[in-house]
Design a protein around this ligand. Structure first.
Ligand SMILES: Nc1ncnc2c1ncn2[C@@H]1O[C@H](COP(=O)(O)OP(=O)(O)OP(=O)(O)O)[C@@H](O)[C@H]1O
Length: 235
């Protein structure tokens, strides 16, 4: 379960998040929408302890994020897989080596690496790409590997910041199908997106942030309050 209570974050004089409270239950699929600069990435960074809230409380599973010391971050990483907008890889390491580096950082015993990597890459249908360098992958394939990396620690929650950005419609649909499969297997998914057609096509709970504030929490989904019923993809 994820819970934010009256969370506020300011960058100097600029609001990142303003008095935001929300609760997300285990196994939910939730979209986070809102205009550029609304505060979506800040929301994720606060959850991932990459930024600190000025006030309020944040809970991910049984972890109180704002009370977590730097050396305890690994506990949060067990709960939360993170796919960011600009995910970085080591350019001179293969896909497999990149994932191994991550497992090493997560302090996963080495005898488990092979199976973890195999399972994570299989879940994003990238099992054949282990020996490729990042530059030898398409943007869509890189995004899939980034998702595989987030899944390495088999976290109960995955947060993804615009995972379909810069993908063509076919690749975006493929990516969404992967997320839905992960969700159906029990993982909670929280996804920030500007892809209005996708949000309107595949309806799920939708949180809308505007000017750093949560302005809508809609169980029926829809990119905006006035979502156009015709603005959908055909599957
Ligand atoms: N490190 C930072 N320093 C100062 N201001 C920041 C910083 N990070 C974000 N902001 C500001 O906080 C506000 C929220 O930004 P955020 O990146 O969370 O928006 P967003 O909804 O993710 O936007 P986008 O859809 O373009 O990614 C914006 O006004 C932004 O300029």
């Amino acid at each position: 379960m994820i819970e934010l209570k009256n969370v506020t974050k300011k960058y100097g004089q600029v609001w990142g998040i303003k008095d935001l409270s929300v609760q997300i239950e285990e196994g939910e699929f939730v979209y986070l929408v809102g205009p550029s600069g609304a505060g979506k990435t800040t929301f994720f960074k606060l959850l991932a302890a990459q930024e600190q809230a000025d006030s309020g409380s944040i809970r991910v599973g049984n972890i109180e994020v704002e009370r977590l010391h730097r050396e305890q971050i690994y506990k949060l990483r067990r709960q939360l897989g993170i796919v960011l907008q600009r995910d970085l890889f080591f350019p001179r390491l293969t896909v497999k080596e990149n994932l191994e580096t991550c497992l090493s950082a997560l302090e996963v015993p080495q005898e488990k690496w092979g199976l973890r990597i195999e399972q994570a890459l299989a879940s994003v249908k990238m099992g054949q790409m282990t020996e490729r360098l990042p530059a030898q992958l398409s943007v869509g394939q890189q995004k899939k590997v980034a998702l595989a990396r987030a899944l390495l620690n088999q976290p109960p929650v995955v947060i993804a910041d615009e995972p379909t950005a810069n993908l063509d419609v076919k690749s975006a649909k493929e990516m969404m199908q992967i997320f839905f499969r992960i969700n159906q297997a029990g993982t909670t998914v929280l996804m920030a997106t500007h892809d209005s057609t996708m949000v309107n096509s595949l309806r799920h709970r939708t949180l809308e942030i505007q000017n750093s504030q949560l302005v809508r929490d809609d169980r029926q989904g829809g990119y905006s309050r006035f979502a156009d019923e015709k603005d959908v993809y055909v599957w």
